[in-house]
Design a protein around this ligand. Structure first.
Ligand SMILES: *Cc1c(COP(=O)(O)O)cnc(C)c1O
Length: 416
């Protein structure tokens, strides 16, 4: 409404009053902007927002809001990328990449050590005539051997959940660059605080904001960041409508238009705000949880009731050298196997601090026996392929005091 507002009736002025005064009020947090619609003084700006020429303009909340845009800027900074799109969950972010960038007849090479729901999604892709080959990414030679002329994307996670395998990052990044392939990395477990996949040539980075970045476990969210490392001129599946935008913007433009606008998995302003608040303490939380996980891993490794501990910062870990070279810390994820698998459930039931729960990346320590729960649907064959034994226990280390946590594991194992 223009400044000559006095000519309008009170009801009209009341209806528009919220946007007559400055809306930010000097608040030092980005406010939760719940508006779904965005209006413009000049119709030229309305046209500009549709044609992408009005920078910073908002069209409709399904394609982003000022609150989600503020979070996107924070994540772009953390990943040192060129742009980010926020989604309603990590799975929405991950699936958006494959739905919007692939076509029937394309081929994907993925790590065989992946999040269960991602594994299930790759099964769905097969129904749309996209072939997916699963390989052991701890050696780049396996990735190279699986490549075909129609391969478009190579996908891996930084530290695999639950058995903590780490990809042969430098060699896979080099291979993808040489072949003009898009390397997509799920950075959820490590977060940009520990590792930036752009440094090894990943073109797109996924983060489940529900986990390390939010931390509190009180909001679902996900993101896709373009690192600026991939040359989109080499990608054949960009729709002609987006070829007019600069090459470095094409991937994200297509993902935002197709995935947010057409498929609608937008991050609502309220969870975007909660995730932004969590993100502010990311460096402190990652330092604490990684130090505690490291100490707990070393304690478990020495314990006679434990047969194996999986944690990338243990020198016995098969990818210890890669982890040490690339990660600033080991993260909050560790897994272990008891010598006597039959004692697994009683040991977990004796734990007093860790919560027996499905999720991970929370401020509270969570534990879960993996085979009978999250990887039950996958079946014994897939479990064996991912290195998941029947007695494997996953621990997502939280912010509890390290001595309290170790003492609790000690008493639970002692009665073993
Ligand atoms: C949890 C998780 C996801 C999915 O994120 P949501 O926010 O739960 O949808 C994807 N990848 C990894 C590695 C995860 O741990």
């Amino acid at each position: 409404m223009a400044s000559d507002e006095q000519q309008f009736q009170l009801s009209t002025r009341t209806l528009h009053a919220d946007r007559l005064a400055g809306v930010e009020h000097g608040g030092i947090h980005k406010p939760i902007h719940t508006s779904v619609q965005f209006g413009f003084e000049r119709v030229e700006d309305l046209i500009g927002v549709f044609q992408g020429t009005l920078k910073g303009g908002f069209n409709y909340a399904r394609q982003g809001t000022p609150t989600s845009a503020a979070l996107e800027r924070q994540i772009t900074l953390l990943e040192q990328g060129v742009g980010t799109i926020a989604f309603s969950s990590g799975m929405a972010a991950l699936t958006a990449i494959f739905w919007t960038l692939l076509r029937a007849g394309d081929h994907v090479v993925t790590s065989q050590f992946i999040f269960g729901n991602t594994n299930s999604f790759f099964g769905t892709l097969a129904n749309f005539d996209v072939d997916v080959t699963k390989v052991d990414v701890t050696s780049a030679a396996n990735v190279e051997a699986a490549l075909r002329p129609n391969t478009r994307i190579v996908f891996a996670e930084t530290i695999a959940n639950p058995a903590t395998q780490v990809p042969d990052f430098d060699a896979i990044g080099r291979l993808c660059r040489e072949r003009g392939l898009l390397f997509v990395v799920d950075n959820t477990i490590t977060s940009p605080q520990i590792f930036r996949p752009g440094t090894v040539g990943a073109g797109l980075v996924i983060n489940s904001l529900t986990k390390t970045i939010g931390g509190h476990g009180a909001a679902l969210g996900g993101s896709v960041t373009d690192t600026g490392q991939f040359d989109w001129d080499r990608f054949p599946n960009i729709s002609p409508s987006y070829l007019s935008s600069p090459a470095r913007e094409r991937g994200l433009t297509q993902i935002r238009k197709k995935a947010l606008r057409d498929m609608g998995a937008a991050l609502a302003p309220e969870p975007a705000h909660r995730i932004s608040l969590g993100l502010e303490t990311l460096p402190l939380r990652v330092a604490h949880t990684s130090a505690t996980a490291d100490a707990l891993a070393r304690f478990l490794q020495r314990h006679p009731a434990v047969s194996q501990v999986m944690y990338p910062m243990l020198p016995e870990h098969p990818q210890y050298e890669i982890a040490k070279r690339h990660f600033s810390a080991g993260s909050w994820l560790l897994s272990f196997e008891l010598r006597d698998a039959a004692t697994t459930l009683p040991v977990l039931n004796r734990l007093r601090l860790p919560i027996k729960a499905t999720g991970l990346g929370d401020n509270r320590t969570l534990v879960i026996p993996v085979a009978p729960t999250i990887f039950w649907e996958a079946g014994p064959e897939a479990r064996a392929m991912m290195g998941i034994g029947d007695g494997l226990v996953r621990v997502s280390v939280g912010l509890e005091n390290v001595d309290d946590l170790i003492a609790d594991f000690d008493q639970a194992l002692a009665a073993g």
